[in-house]
Design a protein around this ligand. Sequence first.
Ligand SMILES: Cc1ncc(COP(=O)(O)O)c(C=O)c1O
Length: 393
Amino acid sequence: MRTDPLSFLTAELDTLKQQGLYRHLRILDGEQKATATIDHRQVVNLSSNNYLGLTTHPRLRERARDALDRLGAGSGSVRTIAGTMSVHIELEQRLAAFKQTEAVVVFQSGFAANAGTVAAVLSKDDVVVSDELNHASIIDGCRLSRAAIKVFPHKDVDAARRVLQELPAAQRKLLITDGVFSMDGDLGAVPGLCGLAEEFGCIMMVDDAHASGVFGRNGRGTIDHFAMHGRVDIQVGTLSKAIGALGGYVAGSRSLIEFLYHRARPFLFSTSHPPAVAAACIAALDVLEEEPQIIERLWENTRFFKAGLKALGFNTGLSESPITPVIAGEGALAMKLSDRLFAEGVFAQGIAFPTVARDKARVRTIVTATHTRDELQFALDVFAKVGRELGLR
Ligand SMILES: Cc1ncc(COP(=O)(O)O)c(C=O)c1O
């Protein structure tokens, strides 16, 4: 009989089980909402990236349905062959106007936008100077580019300067940060790094996946929040989080975008969005522009919940956004916290190494505009009870 050549994977899974780090995929029955049915249990949902509740917004549903009826279920091709539909172009034009850049290209995901762009723009003689907590898609893009990778400590602009001072003036350099860090919820050092990029002639890139729809006027992101328009060469955003659908995009100069049409591998070698997805994203932009009060509700809920967790004595790190971690320390303890919260009716996913440092495992909470005060108060009460039980407060 043939021996299983993948048996080493089973051994790795057994190790995760022994360490208390093995996770089942939780299954959402029904819609992605503030209170949701997950694994057949009704819970207050603090784990989605659906910041504004747009996944189920009537305007998105209606536009998607209309596009489905008029244009069909799929695009049938990659963008560069037969898969560029007018709805894709309309979305890119709307995003460019929204982001105040010359042009935008949409990718299948934020991951593809980051990885595809860094890998296309840089090559092996270049260097990337990257915040240590940047998203995995940036790290993968850096590796794919074969450029040298220099990592600076989180948000440490002086350390980034020291790295840049050591590099040959003529070498091409990309300076890159997340706008909002997805695990800690703090803001990137965008203004300081923009200054450095100008001083050292770097390409400046910001991944605003968690900032789009959340920070800046009408949710234009951290570049708008920090008034850095014109100083960031490559802006990445996602359509999968606050925008409520799926996709990622790069905003920048017309030549950057045309270059990506020719060289970004996810754009060239993977089929474009179904028209209903692009249409839903256009409707989401309508909502951001016409119903900004939804963003204000997100921030009211954020302030209420963050203050509540702090008052209970949890370690919530340095968050400045609707993402608030509750740091437990060891991985198994964070997973236990998450499981106990779930059993009491609150879904806050546990996150451990390698996603975060080994001693900084946590549950990550994300409030949305659509949570009611009662739901958030219920979640705080459950945190109080379970936190006491586990000695975390
Ligand atoms: C900072 C950051 N960038 C990029 C992405 C990828 O976005 P998407 O889910 O659209 O692929 C994520 C999502 O996890 C993220 O947190």
